[in-house]
Write a protein that binds this ligand. Structure first.
Ligand code: ADP
Length: 740
């Protein structure tokens, strides 16, 4: 730049005048840099009294840090003889603060072309400078931020001039800001992704809306493509025009791969889900449906939209349980399992299913999906139920008191038994636990045990042993008859179960019946023999014509016939009672008269004893007079028969509020306590030894007992063995029914 010479001093004065009017600090220095002139504004700003700056070095008013640079600029200009421009901070005399000034100076030359003076101005640029500083600082910060970001960052200006990419972008793509200009960046994308991304980018430019796209970006180093999520937002100026686009590309390759892997595994899962026999479902973390296999839809007969209504497929009774379970699972993200009934949408039938739900968690433990299956366990459940019922039944049976049950192994060790069995064989539970019950010991003898073993073999082969009667030896050595049957309970464990019924009484009864036939033969034979003898005797006498006391013999024959008739009647009565066909001919009769009659009748045929009668009832009784009389006669007959050494039998009638009782007391052999109920059994007789050889068929008390029972009465016994017995026949008083 070339400046003309400053004209004469006059012009200098004009210049000074001008210098006072402009808003800058104005100065003139000599060529050595010392101040020749400064305007008022200068004096005011630096806080120096007017005229005080003359010949001073101007640099002293500048900030220490800036002096060097200003000095350098000035010296350069001094050498080149050119105007210069520089910046520096000048201290305000008032505030002591430094403000930025733009210093501009032009040289004045003398006629020899040497610099005479410098004319300079200092323009206050502090505001501007500070704003620029702040801008630069924020730009720096922005840059460092952008560089620190894990993303690839790029800025694209609409002017096409201020493109910028961060280091990370460059490192990845090896493309510069220049390369990406316009749509240059598209070439860095995977060929398959270019068109789609271009379309999205153009749309963003057109609509001035934020842009987002997913594409594969080429890694310049590995020469592979990785997935990125590209995002850009427009920056508007005050006029509302887009000036720049700020963009980032975030590497989402891992997510993408994971997504891909998940999708593949989901595809595989779905395939698998269609193959398995269960109903399969997949739910989102919030419990909404995501997938269900074909079988699921078919069973519930539902469409996809109806899926959210899943609770309705459960049996109403199971719903609260399932809902609670599912809610807890959602809360705790723990798997769940339950058995519940699910409704078949087609038939409406409910079937039992095992429901299982398992969460798939991400690395932070958050649920990604819920996977579930419903397995049909209806048949199993039903079997279990039946099993349960039969178990219950078996337990009931086992606990029953009347049938003995023992569980044994094939070696004959009894491992378990119910109370009934233990009672029957006379062992205790402790004996059982100590392994003391063995079928060898229970068998009456070795031969029987061997037979039992043979039947055990059979048990093993066919699963059961035919039931049969067995006499077993109890712990105390006594023997009892049992009806035994065994089945194999568990073949794998060789366990058998044996049922034992006590048939001792039946056995004894059979024996009694056998005995009875023998005795009955005798009993019948005796009167028959008597009749035969008498008839032969009478015939012989008739032949000789010497039958003098025919009456007597005929009477004897009559007695024998009566005996026979009584026996035969008893037989018939027993069989009628058995068949429930004993006929009663009820009538109203005088009770006391009947007793009297019977006592007298028996007394006539029993001269050995004296029968006394006491008391009256004063009652009319409705019943079969003959049968009730028969009972009394039987009791009297027994009293006499079983007290051969005594002379007296006492009969008494008592009238109680509710009944009439007749007691027959004898002073004979008496009856042991344990026999007292048994003597009412059919054909039961106390052993002949105790009965001192008396004969009988054991029918009398049986028939008597049945007759009295017919009238709702009973026969009581009081007796001490050897001291006689009192039989009391008790008949409940009858409520008089109104006669028709
Ligand atoms: P039977 O006398 O024909 O044997 P019962 O049925 O009349 O048949 O009697 C049954 C058993 O009861 C008798 O065998 C006898 O042992 C016993 N018995 C009955 N009455 C008496 C009694 N008064 N004193 C002792 N024992 C009696």
């Amino acid at each position: 730049m070339q400046y003309d010479l400053i004209p004469a001093e006059k012009s200098f004065a004009e210049f000074r005048l001008l210098a006072e009017t402009i808003p800058q600090l104005v100065w003139i220095s000599w060529s050595d840099g010392s101040i020749e002139y400064v305007n008022q504004r200068w004096h005011k700003y630096v806080g120096a009294p007017p005229g005080s700056c003359y010949r001073e070095n101007r640099l002293k008013y500048y900030h220490e840090d800036d002096r060097k640079e200003i000095q350098r600029c000035w010296q350069d200009a001094q050498q080149n003889g050119q105007a210069y421009e520089t910046e520096g901070r000048i201290r305000s005399g008032k505030t002591g603060e430094y403000r930025w000034f733009l210093e501009r100076a032009v040289p004045q030359f003398n006629t020899q072309g040497q610099i005479m003076r410098w004319f300079g101005t200092c323009t206050d640029i502090d505001e501007k400078k500070r704003a620029g500083e702040a801008l630069r600082q924020s730009r720096d910060e922005f840059r460092s931020l952008v560089e620190a970001l894990p993303q690839l960052v790029w800025i694209m200006s609409t002017s096409g001039r201020e493109e910028y990419v961060n280091q990370r972008w460059f490192d990845y793509t090896h493309a510069t800001a220049n390369d990406i200009r316009g749509e240059g960046w598209l070439s860095l994308l995977h060929p398959d992704d270019q068109r789609g991304t271009q379309h999205l980018w153009r749309e963003a430019l057109r609509t001035r809306q934020p842009y987002e796209a997913r594409y594969r970006l080429r890694n310049a180093q590995t020469e592979t493509y990785e997935w990125f999520l590209g995002r850009a937002v427009p920056l508007f100026n005050d006029e509302g025009e887009v000036v720049k686009w700020f963009g980032t590309s975030t590497n989402i390759n891992q997510e993408k791969q994971r997504e891909e892997a998940l999708r593949t595994s989901m595809d595989e899962f779905r395939l698998l889900a269609e193959m398995i026999p269960q109903l399969v479902w997949v739910d989102n973390p919030d419990g909404s449906g995501d997938f269900a296999n074909q079988r699921w839809y078919e069973y519930f007969d539902m469409t996809e939209d109806q899926r959210d209504n899943w609770l309705s497929v459960y049996h109403p009774d199971d719903r609260p349980k399932i809902e609670a379970l599912w809610n807890t699972s959602l809360l705790t993200t723990r798997p769940h399992e339950a058995e519940a009934r699910l409704r078949n949408g087609k038939t409406g039938e409910y079937r039992w299913f095992l429901i299982r739900g398992v969460p798939l968690l991400n690395e932070y433990g958050r649920v990604i999906k819920w996977f579930g299956t419903c397995t049909d366990i209806h048949e199993k459940k039903r079997k279990e139920e039946t099993m349960h019922i039969s178990n219950q039944r078996f337990k009931k049976l086992f606990a029953s008191d009347f049938i003995g049950i023992a569980i044994s192994d094939l070696q004959g060790n009894c491992r378990d038994a119910n109370e009934a069995f233990l009672r029957l064989v006379g062992y205790t539970r402790e004996d059982l636990l100590a392994g003391k019950i063995h079928w060898r010991k229970l068998a009456a003898n070795e031969k029987i045990y061997e037979t039992d073993r043979a039947s055990l073999q059979r048990l093993r082969a066919v699963g059961y042993a035919p039931p049969g009667e067995r006499e077993l030896v109890r712990k105390d050595g006594s023997r009892l008859w049992f009806f035994l049957g065994s089945v194999m309970l568990d073949r794998s464990e060789d366990t058998t179960i044996t049922f034992a019924l006590d048939i001792q009484q039946r056995k004894e009864f059979d024996q009694r019946k056998d005995d009875f036939i023998g005795i009955a033969g005798h009993e019948l034979k005796t009167p028959l023999a008597g009749l035969k003898l008498l008839s032969q005797y009478i015939r012989r006498k008739l032949k000789k014509g010497a039958l003098v006391d025919a009456d007597k013999y005929l009477a004897q024959m009559g007695t024998e016939v009566d005996n026979l008739a009584r026996l035969v009647n008893d037989f018939l009565d027993v069989s009628r009672i058995q068949a429930g066909r004993l006929i009663y001919r009820d009538e109203l009769f005088d009770f006391d008269a009947l007793v009297q009659e019977v006592v007298e009748g028996v007394q006539q045929t029993s001269p050995t004893h004296t029968i006394s009668l006491q008391g009256t009832s004063g009652q009319q009784y409705r019943g079969d007079r003959y049968r009730i009389g028969e009972v009394l006669a039987n009791l009297l007959g027994n009293a006499i028969k079983y007290s051969p050494l005594a002379q007296n039998v006492e009969v008494s009638i008592q009238k109680c509020p509710d009944n009439i009782a007749v007691s027959v007391r004898d002073f004979g052999v008496g009856i042991a306590k344990e026999e007292q109920t048994r003597i009412f059994e059919r054909f039961y007789r106390v052993s002949a030894r105790k009965n001192r050889g008396t004969t009988g068929l054991g029918m009398g008390l049986y028939i008597s007992g049945e007759i009295i029972k017919h009238y709702n009465g009973e026969i009581r016994i009081e007796s001490t063995e050897g001291e006689g017995a009192t039989f009391t026949m008790v008949l409940p008083e009858q409520r008089e029914e109104p006669s028709l």
